[in-house]
Ligand binder design. Structure first.
Ligand SMILES: *Cc1c(COP(=O)(O)O)cnc(C)c1O
Length: 402
C-alpha cells in the first residue's frame, strides 16, 4: 500500500496506446488540479469535455456517497430507482420518449447504429442498410463506431471493416445528396465535430440533412457525446439549432466524470428494440445513474447554461488578444465551452508542443488534431481561473520558438 507509482510505471505496465503527459494529477477542486508534487494546474481540458461541473462538485460527490452506501449494481434483470429518475429527466427535458443507458459514448453510438439498422430492417426490409457519416467525424472506438467515424487511421489494420457505411463531407450538403438513396437507413452526424477539429455544423447543413432524411425515410442520428449536456449553452446542441434528430447519443459530461452513456429516441423507433435485441451489463447501473442524475439536474439550471455563453465570450476575447500578440491562430471557432483555435502557417503541427509547454506553466489543455488547440473546461469555471489559465497559456506560447 505504501508504493507510489510514477510516470515511468505507465511505460512499464500499461499498453502503449496512449502517451500521457509527464505529471500525475492526484487531486482536483473546481477547475484546479494538483499533481504528486503538490504543483497546481488550471484545467481547460475538463477530462475531454467530461468534467462539466469541474472536480469534486458537492452535488456529484453527495450523489455518489449517498448511492454508494445503498446499492451499487443489479444488472438489467432488475431495474432501479436512480436509472428511472435519470431516464425520466432525460425524457422530460428532450425530444425523446425513451432512453437506453450504457457506459460510454462509443457504446451509446453502437446502440444508435444498431437501432437504426434494426428499425429499417423491420419497417422497410433488409436492403435498407446504408449509413452515411462524415469525414473527420469521431463516434467512438468500437469496431462499428470507428468504421462509421471518418478517420480511416482508427479502423485500418484491424481486419475487414463492416459494410454498408459511406462517408460524405461535413458541411457539404451536395456530397450527401450524391450518396443518399432509398437504401440509406441513417445519417450520423455530430452537430459540432469535436475530435475532428472543433467545427460547428452550419444551420443550413443540419436542416438539409433533416430534410433529406425525411425525403428518403432515413433516421437522423445526432452524436452529442461531446457537444451535449450544456456544452453549447443549451442542454443539447440540437436545441440551439432548432433541428430535432430521431436518435440522440449522450455520454462524457452526462456523468460529470462517472462513466455513463445514453441513447435516446422516440416511441415509434424505440419499439423495435424488443426484449433481447440489445443490452449491456452495466447499463443503468445505480451508482452511475445517481451521479448522472445529479449532473443533469445541476447543469440544466438556467444560470449554469447562461454562464456558458458568458465564459465563451471571455475565452474568445482572451484568445483574440493572444493572437494579436503572437500571430498564431488562423481561426477561433466553436460554440459555448467547446472552443477551437486553429494554428496559422507559422505554428503548423505545434499542438503537442503547446500542450507540453502548457503543463510546464501549470495549465491543462487539449488538442483536436495537430493544428487545433481545444478548450473544454468546466461549464462553471470561475472567471478568475479563465484569466489565470490564459496568462499561463500566454507564457507557454511565448516559450516556444517559431
Ligand atoms: C468521445 C466521443 C465518443 C466516444 O465516447 P467514449 O466514451 O470514449 O466511448 C463518441 N462520439 C463523440 C462525438 C465523442 O467526442
Amino acid at each position: 500500500m505504501s508504493w507510489t507509482p510514477t510516470r515511468e510505471d505507465f511505460d512499464r505496465y500499461m499498453l502503449p496506446n496512449y502517451s500521457p503527459q509527464r505529471v500525475i494529477p492526484v487531486r482536483g477542486e473546481g477547475s484546479r488540479l494538483w499533481d504528486q508534487e503538490g504543483r497546481e494546474y488550471i484545467d481547460f481540458a475538463g477530462g475531454i469535455a467530461v468534467n462539466a461541473l469541474g472536480h469534486n462538485h458537492p452535488a456529484l460527490v453527495g450523489a455518489l456517497k449517498e448511492q454508494g452506501e445503498k446499492l451499487w449494481h443489479l444488472s438489467n434483470v432488475y431495474t432501479n430507482e436512480p436509472a428511472l429518475r435519470l431516464a425520466r429527466t432525460l425524457v422530460e427535458n428532450t425530444f425523446a420518449d425513451r432512453v437506453f443507458l450504457c457506459s460510454s459514448g462509443g457504446e451509446a453510438n453502437e446502440a444508435a447504429l444498431k437501432l437504426a439498422r434494426r428499425y429499417a430492417h423491420d419497417v422497410h426490409g433488409p436492403e435498407k442498410d446504408t449509413i452515411i457519416s462524415f469525414r473527420q467525424s469521431f463516434h467512438g472506438r468500437t469496431f462499428f463506431t470507428v468504421s462509421v467515424g471518418g478517420q480511416p487511421k482508427y479502423s485500418q489494420g484491424f481486419g475487414p471493416v463492416p459494410g454498408g457505411i459511406e462517408h460524405a463531407t461535413y458541411n457539404d450538403l451536395d456530397s450527401v445528396r450524391e450518396l443518399i438513396s432509398e437504401r440509406t437507413c441513417a445519417i450520423m452526424v455530430e452537430p459540432m465535430q469535436g475530435e475532428g477539429g472543433v467545427t460547428p455544423a452550419d444551420p443550413t447543413f443540419l436542416q438539409g440533412l433533416r430534410e433529406l432524411c425525411n425525403e428518403y425515410g432515413a433516421l437522423l442520428i445526432f452524436d452529442e457525446v461531446q457537444c451535449g449536456v450544456g456544452r453549447t449553452g443549451s442542454l443539447y446542441a440540437y436545441m440551439d439549432y432548432g433541428i430535432t434528430p430521431d436518435i440522440l447519443t449522450s455520454a462524457k459530461a452526462l456523468g460529470g466524470g462517472f462513466p455513463i452513456g445514453a441513447m435516446m429516441t422516440t416511441d415509434e423507433i424505440g419499439r423495435v428494440f424488443v426484449v433481447g435485441t440489445h443490452g449491456s451489463t452495466y447499463g443503468g447501473n445505480p451508482l452511475a445513474s445517481a451521479v448522472a442524475y445529479a449532473a443533469v439536474e445541476t447543469i440544466r439550471q438556467p444560470e449554469v447554461l447562461k454562464g456558458v455563453q458568458q465564459r465563451h465570450q471571455l475565452i474568445r476575447e482572451q484568445l483574440e488578444t493572444l493572437n494579436q500578440r503572437f500571430d498564431c491562430f488562423s481561426e477561433i471557432r466553436g460554440m459555448g465551452l467547446l472552443i477551437g483555435a486553429e494554428f496559422n502557417e507559422r505554428y503548423q503541427e505545434r499542438g503537442r508542443d503547446v500542450l507540453a509547454a502548457a503543463i510546464n506553466e501549470g495549465l491543462m489543455l487539449l488538442v483536436a488534431g495537430p493544428n487545433v488547440l481545444r478548450f473544454a473546461p468546466s461549464l462553471i469555471i470561475p472567471e478568475e481561473d479563465i484569466r489565470e489559465g490564459m496568462a499561463r497559456l500566454e507564457r507557454a506560447i511565448a516559450s516556444l520558438t517559431v
